[in-house]
Design a protein around this ligand. Sequence first.
Ligand code: NAD
Length: 338
Amino acid sequence: MIKVGLIGYGYWGPNLVRNFNGIPECKIKYVCDSREDRLKLLKQTYPFIDTVTDANLVIEDKEIDAVVIATPVFTHYKFAKAALENGKHVLLEKPMTASVKEAMDLMKMAEDQSKVLMVDHTFLYTGAVQTMKKIINRGEMGKIKYFDSTRINLGLFQPDVNVLWDLAPHDISILNFLVNETPYSVNATGVSHTNNNIENIAYLTVNYQSDFIAHFNCSWTSPVKIRMMLLGGNEKMLVYNDLEPSEKIRIYDTGYSYKSDEERKKILVDYRAGDVYIPKVEMKEALSSMANDFVNCIQSGSKPVADMKSGIDVVKVLEAAQLSIKQNGKEIKLDIWN
Ligand SMILES: NC(=O)c1ccc[n+]([C@@H]2O[C@H](COP(=O)([O-])OP(=O)(O)OC[C@H]3O[C@@H](n4cnc5c(N)ncnc54)[C@H](O)[C@@H]3O)[C@@H](O)[C@H]2O)c1
């Protein structure tokens, strides 16, 4: 039996408690939140779980095997560090930490102590992303040329992080999961329409050394909700609409070829638009698969799908994007941490 303590019972914490509570090999011993009203709410559904307002009681309890951290990002490092120092396995909410340095520190500690350190990149566990991975890996799309993601709605303005730190971890983790090439640099721009210097709209481009390119559009200020990704290969193109209840992925047998007309100094493009098909996507709750992966990895010593490396890679892009935004879109190379 893996004994778990969870810190942070705000918006996301209840989803984690529900899913960990459903795992037979796991027992949630404590939930911690500094807000008594949140703990009162927890008790209504889970009277058998102990509640505390001091996170140290969870982290220092010798009976606890694993700590799940669902507090705001600027607290992730201190809680994860203390938990690892106390010999616990750690699951961190996304984004892993507020800086690459913090993420690297935690990775070293986890490796030194052979503990599982994992990040809740929930989307990697969705049927849709798993299906996309299979389609790409079997070469059906040809060579992937672009990835274009839109994640916009009238969202909750976060007080401490900009819209990229809030929304883009999902899309960046999916990008890194699907595409094997290492990103080379980023350019990002954004605006803050409030007076706190925290961007509520941002556009991020991730550049590669090949001709592959990735682009992200994130906003908390859109009248409509869009969760859409386009992936273009030289054989086929794919649209992933996460808001579709069941037909989330469509694959278009669409493409183009071109030749140069030397005489007229022109490129002549031929278009091809063939059939569209909708692959079957497993509809299991992704958060349940993520929680099970964490528990299985603790028990078996295997590597999680959303491992610490995937957490660091996301924070690298976010930190570089932040630097770029503050320098009006300047290109920031991602090898600055090597
Ligand atoms: N994986 C996902 O899809 C997903 C979705 C939403 C949020 N998140 C992530 O979950 C984390 C939390 O986000 P949220 O929206 O639930 O935030 P939130 O502000 O709603 O909840 C955070 C909770 O942590 C508590 N808290 C803060 N500092 C504390 C401390 N020192 N000790 C004890 N409790 C403390 C707060 O009282 C609050 O109840 C963030 O990292 C966020 O990015 C992930």
